[in-house]
Design a protein around this ligand. Structure first.
Ligand SMILES: Cc1ncc(COP(=O)(O)O)c(C=O)c1O
Length: 438
């Protein structure tokens, strides 16, 4: 059997080059060969190759033994009215970051249809080369206006934005101070930057102050924190952090991923709520949560934004998002501005749910917005609780390490403005009936 031509790297002896290759199967197994040279050059599925990856089976078994093995599931419905169809099951959805119910909003969908019809789909290159279009520019301008900053820059994802921002601002010889519970993208940005990383205990201002005090006077300093912590639902102590940043001449970056559109009188996030916007150098955000869309961004001074697009490898070397996606985000931004009732309803529901949960004896930690954890500790316990809820028609994901520290596995309830009081009652009733795994 001969499969279609594929592009591949052909390596014969010491020579390597890009060429068209066919993939063939004869009695000896799978091989690829070059129609140009007629050379058969590699067995694709040899026993040696299988042996080379045997360690993965062992590692997967290990993950399973510790209750840390994940399985991909397929969502078969749009996320509408707080519900979702997962692996054939219709469930009330407490596992989405579509906080304002915009992911399936017709206005966003229509914008995507309209602009992809006009402009096509792919953007074809990095924003720095030729991928940045007029809608990208408009969204950047609107985001800058929204945050009352001079400029903003779009990234393909929020993850890329965090990595790009941190690695642009600090490097070898510098120091970055990072809250222990910051998001993985912030952590990876710190690691990639090559700067000395000082992780301070979660929201522990004395610890942060000590670390700043004892850090070398030479080199740049940067403090990075999530605004609303993604797995605990509590808020960063932005005011004291801003004061420490000022006192120690440290740059200050806040990741507003879960807070934009939700917190602050105008939805500008936790920095607006804490009244420290002018103390923050850069606000990072994502378009994938309250915006119901896809992509990341950073907002700040013109100088900082220019520096970032000149230095950030996750900006430079990654293709810009399709412009039609920016069109959807422009609509979402307008909704965030003009329909405050969505975030008000969401926060009201979150308050109601916290009260109900506490009423049935559950500890919701320091959650103070739309993310509510129920820490169970053991991985298997969290998985079993999530499965029992699922059997009752509710999707509440079990969150395990590495998303949370060891022995702090939990159910993570994530609310949307589209949840009804009946949804909350059903959740509380089911939670009160959870059984320990037997
Ligand atoms: C705090 C935080 N920052 C950044 C991101 C990354 O955003 P995105 O999903 O757009 O890559 C996430 C996503 O889960 C997040 O929770």
């Amino acid at each position: 059997m001969v499969l279609p031509v594929v592009k591949g790297i052909l390596q014969v002896g010491g020579w390597a080059g890009l060429c068209d290759t066919n993939v063939i199967n004869d009695q000896a197994g799978w091989h690829s060969y070059s129609p140009d040279t007629g050379l058969v050059f590699k067995e694709l599925t040899s026993r040696t190759m299988a042996r080379r990856t045997d360690w993965i089976d062992e590692q997967l078994d290990e993950l399973e033994r510790h209750g840390r093995l994940r399985h991909l599931q397929t969502r078969e419905s749009p996320p509408v009215a707080g519900r979702v169809q997962l692996n054939g099951q219709s469930l009330i959805n407490f596992g989405s970051n579509d906080y304002l119910g915009l992911a399936a909003d017709e206005r966003l969908v229509d914008a995507v249809k309209h602009y992809s019809g006009q402009l096509g789909w792919g953007s074809g290159a990095s924003g720095l080369v030729s991928g940045r279009g007029t809608l990208h520019r408009r969204l950047e301008q609107e985001l800058a206006d929204f945050y009352r900053t001079e400029a903003a820059l779009l990234f393909p994802t929020g993850f890329a934005a965090n990595v790009g921002v941190v690695t642009s601002l600090v490097g070898r010889g510098d120091t970055v101070f990072s809250d222990q519970l910051n998001h993985a993208s912030m952590i990876d940005g710190c690691r990639l930057s090559g700067a000395t990383i000082c992780v301070y205990r979660h929201n522990d201002m004395d610890h942060l102050s000590d670390l700043l005090e004892s850090s070398p006077a030479s080199g740049r300093r940067l403090i990075v924190t999530d605004a609303l912590f993604s797995m605990d639902g509590d808020l960063a102590l932005l005011k004291p952090i801003a004061q420490l940043a000022d006192q120690h001449q440290a740059m200050f970056v806040v990741d507003e991923a879960h807070a934009t559109g939700v917190l602050g009188a105008d939805g500008r996030g936790a920095s607006q709520q804490a009244n420290i916007e002018s103390d923050v150098d850069l606000r990072v955000g994502t378009l994938s949560k309250a915006f119901g869309s896809m992509g990341g961004y950073v907002a700040g001074s013109r100088q900082l934004i220019q520096w970032i697009y000149n230095r950030s490898r996750s900006y430079m070397f990654s293709t810009a998002q399709p412009e039609a996606i920016s069109a959807a985000s422009l609509v979402a931004l307008e909704v965030i501005r003009s329909e405050p009732e969505r975030r008000n309803r969401l926060l009201e529901r979150a308050g109601q749910l916290r009260q109900k949960l506490q009423g049935i004896g559950l500890d919701v930690g320091n959650s103070s917005a739309q993310i509510i954890p129920i820490v169970l500790g053991d991985n298997q316990l969290a998985v079993s609780a999530s499965q029992q809820l699922r059997d009752r028609g509710l999707f509440v994901p079990a969150i395990r390490p590495p998303a949370v520290p060891n022995r702090l596995a939990r159910l993570r309830i994530s609310l949307s403005s589209e949840h009804t009081e009946e949804h909350l009652d059903q959740l509380c009733e089911s939670l009160s009936m959870l059984k320990q795994p037997g």
